[in-house]
Design a binder for this molecule. Structure first.
Ligand SMILES: C[S@@+](CC[C@H](N)C(=O)[O-])C[C@H]1O[C@@H](n2cnc3c(N)ncnc32)[C@H](O)[C@@H]1O
Length: 347
């Protein structure tokens, strides 16, 4: 796949989550620069966009007061749309069980989650590997995928508390439809948004074989190298040391010793068993939750799928918020939570 070098004004606006008019104003103020096509149309290079993003925390994008004058509640963030969510009615939950809530909504637009309210995010977003989801296109261009990634990561950032953490389960590389360094690209977008990097856990999903192509068999001409692993990138907002919360940990000594070794070995989850095309096993969010949060903390999964993260919340006595765009997957998550609740001994 050829990486795009030049972006139109509309593409740049979409990428930054702001209007084309704002782009023109930014250009006038020399906050971003463009070149012109022979026909006089603006083209923005990836470099100039990244340069703006790297400095944009200190810069307010110029706003058109007539368009936004009623909205002193206006929220601006790099990588998401302008939002007047404070004046919209609060999202209705799809299901609630004690301190666990499911929202059937698009994470890019929902107002289900409050800013600065989340202790830990554990999630596995769509990987853009052509999984047949009910309500999401998992086969867009790599550039489009990174735009989507920037948008939802920006939302995650504002929802986290200052000492909030983020366990992001993503592929290491993409091998089908062009080689891509997915983990490196997403991590660098996260850092541009403001996330701080802590470490990367390698998950050796033992029952998965990703060997579909060898390239040039037994020849150095063009062999394919594939690591049959996924990763969990551990990020945080401002401070790694946790100040908020109950300060009660529920991790055992053997768990702590084993899980602080950053190579995790356990099987993937069966799609058929849980009724979802790309689930992770409950073991994954359970480890992240016990290692990185206190009992009673609030955990968010913006791509809930079959509800694995909320099952782990139920098992570990954390509050949980899960969002998924698809009502059938939300219903699957609800059924799994009810089953798990009925399975738990009465205290
Ligand atoms: C990799 S799956 C998550 C699987 C989950 N970890 C589990 O164990 O079942 C990604 C999920 O993201 C959901 N999704 C895709 N786009 C979304 C969006 N804009 N907002 C909310 N959910 C979305 C899909 O419906 C899908 O269920």
């Amino acid at each position: 796949m050829i990486e795009k070098i030049f972006f139109t004004t509309k593409e740049t606006a979409n990428y930054l989550g702001i209007s084309p008019t704002t782009i023109y104003r930014m250009e006038k103020k020399r906050l971003i620069s463009s070149t012109r096509t022979p026909g006089g149309q603006r083209r923005f290079t990836r470099e100039s966009i990244e340069k703006y993003l790297n400095t944009s925390h200190a810069i307010e994008a110029p706003q058109n007061p007539s368009r936004y004058k009623k909205t002193d509640l206006l929220i601006r963030e790099v990588g998401t749309e302008y939002s007047t969510q404070a004046i919209q009615p609060r999202a209705q939950s799809f299901f609630e069980l004690g301190s666990i809530r499911i929202y059937c909504a698009d994470f890019l637009t929902t107002n289900a989650v409050d800013d600065d309210s989340i202790d830990l995010i554990v999630t596995s977003p769509p990987y853009n590997v052509n999984v047949k989801y009910n309500s999401h296109n998992d086969a867009v261009t790599y550039d489009e995928y990174l735009i989507f990634t920037r948008k939802w990561l920006s939302r995650c950032y504002k929802y986290l508390k200052a000492d909030g953490r983020f366990c992001l389960n993503i592929p290491l590389d993409k091998n089908k439809g062009g080689q891509q360094s997915v983990c490196a690209d997403i991590t660098s977008i996260a850092k541009q948004i403001g996330f701080k990097y802590h470490s990367t856990i390698v998950w050796n999903e033992q029952n998965i074989s990703r060997r579909t192509a060898w390239g040039s068999w037994l020849s150095a001409s063009a062999p394919y190298v594939i690591a049959p692993v996924e990763v969990i990138v551990v990020l945080y907002k401002n401070e790694w040391k946790k100040a908020s919360g109950s300060h009660e940990s529920d991790i055992s000594k053997p768990e702590f010793l084993q899980w602080t070794n950053g190579v995790w070995n356990f099987n993937g989850e069966s799609r058929k068993r849980v009724g979802h095309p790309a689930p992770f096993p409950v073991e994954l969010p359970k480890r992240c939750i016990k290692l990185f949060s206190f009992v009673g903390d609030t955990i968010l999964d913006p791509f809930l799928g079959s509800g694995s993260t909320l099952l782990a919340c139920l098992q570990t006595h954390r509050a949980g918020i899960g969002v998924d765009i698809d009502a059938n997957y939300c219903a699957t998550a609800r059924e799994r939570l009810i089953l798990e609740k009925n399975r738990q001994p009465l205290i």
